[in-house]
Design a protein around this ligand. Structure first.
Ligand code: PRP
Ligand code: ADE
Length: 170
């Protein structure tokens, strides 16, 4: 599957100087979407996770179907003001700004083995924040997976030395 052909490059979005890698063409091609979820499931088949955590919004697009396919629980990590129960919260830097993510405080507990999934690794700010949220809850991150990794940024340095997988490097 040529995943590169399913990703559209948008120059100067959302800010001048940023090339935005748009995954919506991939989502629109059923065979590419299925391939992506199936390939992530294969990579992490033996990781021993009991749940998948993914961040709003694009992380949900891959994390939730992967949880369904792998028979795992799903933990939504969301932007402030969206989760109804008590939350843990972290702030982090992005390629084009700053953001905050929240997780229900009872979503990850001592001994939970968590697979972290996102559509894209850029600076690693988002996934770094997620690792903090998961470890604050007593969880162990057993895998980290991306559809796309941007090779010209230093994202892997934010992964605390944990192993990670990606399907396409740009
Ligand atoms: C995007 C993307 C990743 C993150 C990657 O999310 O879905 O989560 O940026 O960038 P990083 O490695 O520099 O953190 P964004 O915050 O734009 O939100 P969205 O999913 O709601 O579009
Ligand atoms: N998230 C952070 N940087 C991005 C980029 N360049 N394209 C798509 N999503 C992103």
């Amino acid at each position: 599957m040529d995943l590169r052909a399913c990703i559209r490059d948008i120059p100067d979005y959302p800010k001048e100087g940023i090339v935005f890698f748009d995954i919506t063409p991939l989502l629109q091609k059923p065979e590419a979407f299925q391939y992506t979820v199936d390939a992530l499931a294969e990579r992490f088949a033996d990781c021993g996770a009991s749940k998948i955590a993914a961040a709003e919004a694009r992380g949900f697009l891959f994390g939730a179907p992967l949880a369904y396919k792998m028979g795992l629980g799903f933990v939504p990590v969301r932007k402030p003001g969206k989760l109804p129960y008590k939350t843990r919260q972290v702030s982090y830097d992005l390629e084009y700004g700053q953001d905050t993510l929240c997780m229900h405080e009872d979503a990850v507990n001592d001994g939970d083995k968590v697979l972290v999934i996102d559509d894209l690794l850029a600076t690693g700010g988002t996934v770094g924040g997620m690792l903090n949220l998961i470890t604050q809850g007593g969880g162990e991150v057993v895998g980290i997976g991306f559809v796309v990794e941007l090779g010209f940024l230093d994202g892997p340095s934010k992964l605390n030395g944990l192993p990670h997988e990606y399907l396409l490097k740009l």
